[in-house]
Design a binder for this molecule. Structure first.
Ligand code: GCW
Length: 653
């Protein structure tokens, strides 16, 4: 039975003759690349030569350079024989070239002409695993952690290698192994040895290991009285800890830190700044070439008027104060991975600081693993957003460093991976892992192109399957927006677990935990006023953009209630009222899911039974729950606004 284990590496049964793939030079990475081609290229293909650009035969071809991680795959005559050459300036380039070749064959067929070259636009392409040491994955919906800490470092589950292959195939080059809500224990000798075992497995696939560091570890592990970053004893402790880690993992990537957010310890506990904290850790890894990814997601009870303003308020004044091996990791939006959020105002606001973007691949707020929601349109929407700081300035150009001249660039995705047989809890969630990797390599790729690639590799090249699956993917995220709350509403999910509707919840300890805090609906209107008459969060954007967002007429409709509190009778550009439009969007969302379900039904027999059935079941759940969202939300809004349903709409069940 086909359970989806093979991800986007569904190779043909009859494969190339092993000796049709030749490697010049010996290394674990080149061997991995060759092994992959021998495993994945179809019979009759070849010959293929793998070599770096320093090889004399490749040098003679005078191929273009694609930089330290890029590749060139081209037909050429080598030693008098027509050969497909897979090359790059580095072994890593060769590895990525091999996977690009496999992708090309899977997507376009073995007979299509081959002439590939590419280089990544972003340097750090990282998965953040929110995996706890007890095997529970925070916000994970695909089983338990892939890392079996109990049997590591001795037992090297072959699945770790498959994980590395899948990532190398899409260009991911880093993995943060443990949750940002970190336990100090992950920095003890036994866990360092376990991380080292994983690093050894990942290394041939170009993946570096990172660890989340708990800021108070010097107290918990070192017996110090303080974790104050300005205390020399604290700095010494981290320095020794970094040395210890690098002895076990010479190419250790560095630390990821969540500090002073949601109860985590941090430099603010001592009156020091985030820059003080980050720089102290950065100094510890600097001699080894390591970096610190310091998160800007600070969520404390210090900014009660608008949670969305906290990160900017705290970090913007620190621009230029971070060490050169620190990158500040900023979530795509200012609240928290909602189905739709305006881009985070820090992008463009800290030109002297490298900022990496953090997306959530796991669908904490978009229906967990069950609901089908393809996230590339969400990722691309943020990346393509114009920051207004300079002509042509987009979030992507902040993130790729081209706008502000940074080379330490990165994109992080909170992984949706667990030990479920299909890795991500459903076959379609694999598309989000895939899309994240592809966009981290090239943020200019379109969601549609990525959807087509993924579909061909995952379900095959049958035109009807391709058309249907791609169309389902492309509409799926907007459907979630529609049935959970359109027009810029956010955070209406049930409290705590965030699954299902809960716009009405009240009496929580902190006001901003209460959904009412976000939607502010009453008899007259709905929405969060973030203009001058409200929290003035719009002022965190560049002036030209801030002016646009200050006026509901020039605010994108999808972000309207994020920035404005408006009357239920406010007229949108369409001439319909706000209430009518909002209500009809719920219906539209339900209808889209119902249509996706019918379309999938039409593929019965064209997709292998196990993956087909799981998806069909999940779509049925999603349709039921989209109705639940619609009916519960409408009933609640109607209890607040006392308005009838728009003409022709069926009353909530
Ligand atoms: O998305 C929220 C989650 C928390 C998470 C936090 C964060 C790891 O609800 O579970 O904690 O953000 O990003 O730190």
């Amino acid at each position: 039975p086909d359970d989806g284990y093979r991800l986007w590496m569904r190779y043909p049964d009859r494969t190339i003759a092993p000796d049709a793939v030749t490697v010049r030079g010996r290394s674990a990475m080149l061997d991995a690349a060759a092994a992959e081609l021998r495993r994945g290229l179809p019979a009759g293909f070849g010959p293929v030569l793998l070599a770096t650009a320093t090889d004399p035969a490749v040098q003679a071809l005078r191929l273009p350079s694609e930089g330290p991680e890029g590749y060139v795959v081209r037909r050429a005559t080598v030693d008098g024989r027509p050969t497909l050459v897979v090359t790059g300036d580095s072994e890593r380039g060769v590895l990525y070239g091999a996977f690009a070749l496999l992708r090309q064959v899977a997507v376009n067929g073995a007979a299509a002409p081959i002439n590939l070259r590419s280089r990544p636009r972003i340097a750090l392409r990282v998965l953040d695993h929110w995996d706890n040491l007890d095997g529970v994955v925070e916000r994970g919906y695909a089983g338990k952690s892939l890392w079996d800490w109990w049997t590591l470092p001795d037992y090297k589950d072959p699945r770790y290698t498959d994980y590395a292959r899948a990532n190398a195939a899409i260009g991911i080059n880093g993995a943060v192994l443990n949750n940002v809500n970190a336990k100090a224990e992950s920095l003890t000798a036994p866990y360092i040895a376990k991380a080292a075992a994983l690093a050894d497995i990942f290394r041939p696939y170009g993946i570096k290991v990172y660890l989340s560091a708990r800021f108070s570890a010097p107290i918990e592990l070192g017996g110090l009285k303080t974790a104050d970053p300005r205390d020399p004893a604290v700095a010494r402790w981290w320095r020794a800890k970094a040395d210890e880690i690098y002895r076990a993992i010479p190419d250790f990537g560095g630390f990821l830190v969540k500090a002073n957010s949601e109860g985590q310890p941090g430099p603010r506990d001592y009156g020091a700044t985030h820059a003080d904290g980050a720089n102290m850790l950065a100094a510890a890894v600097k001699p080894h070439g390591g970096i610190v990814m310091w998160r800007a997601f600070v969520y404390a009870d210090t900014d009660p008027d608008d949670r969305a303003k906290q990160a900017y308020d705290e970090f913007k004044p620190l621009d230029g104060r971070f060490a050169d091996n620190v990158v500040v990791q900023v979530k795509n939006g200012a609240i928290d991975f909602q189905p739709r959020e305006p881009f985070h105002p820090l992008f463009g606001a800290m030109p002297k600081t490298p900022l990496m973007i953090e997306f959530q691949i796991t669908k904490e707020y978009l229906g967990f693993a069950t609901h089908l929601a393809y996230l590339a349109p969400l990722f691309a929407e943020t990346l393509d957003a114009e920051t207004g700081t300079a002509p042509g300035a987009t979030v992507a150009r902040v993130v790729d460093g081209s706008l502000e001249g940074h080379t330490l660039t990165g994109m992080a995705g909170v992984a949706n991976i667990g030990d479920s047989r299909d890795w991500t809890g459903s076959p379609f969630n694999q598309a989000n892992w895939y899309a994240f990797g592809r966009l981290a390599w090239d943020p200019g790729l379109t969601p549609e192109a990525i959807a087509r690639e993924w579909t061909a590799q995952t379900f095959g090249r049958d035109p009807e399957v391709m058309r249907t699956v791609t169309a389902m993917l492309m509409r799926s995220r907007e459907a979630v927006v529609d049935y959970t709350g359109a027009l810029g509403l956010a955070h209406l999910m049930a409290t705590g677990h965030h699954y299902g509707p809960g716009p009405w919840v009240s009496e929580l300890k902190r006001p901003e935990w209460n959904p009412v805090y976000y939607h502010r609906a009453d008899r007259n209107g709905i929405g969060f006023d973030r203009t001058r008459t409200g929290s003035n969060a719009v002022a965190q954007y560049a002036p030209a953009l801030a002016a646009k967002l200050a006026d509901p007429r020039t605010t994108p409709e999808g972000e309207l209630l994020w920035f404005h509190h408006l009357s239920w009778d406010y007229r949108l550009a369409s001439g319909q009222t706000l209430w009518e439009t909002l209500a009809r969007r719920y219906d539209r969302g339900v209808a889209t899911v119902a249509a996706m379900r019918r379309e999938w039904e039409g593929l019965r027999g064209q997709v292998d039974p196990q993956r087909w059935a799981k998806t069909a079941t999940f779509l049925a759940v999603q349709e039921r729950e989209a109705r639940w969202w619609r009916d519960a939300s409408l009933a609640y809004w109607m209890s607040v606004n006392r308005r009838p349903l728009p003409a022709g709409m069926a009353p909530p069940a």
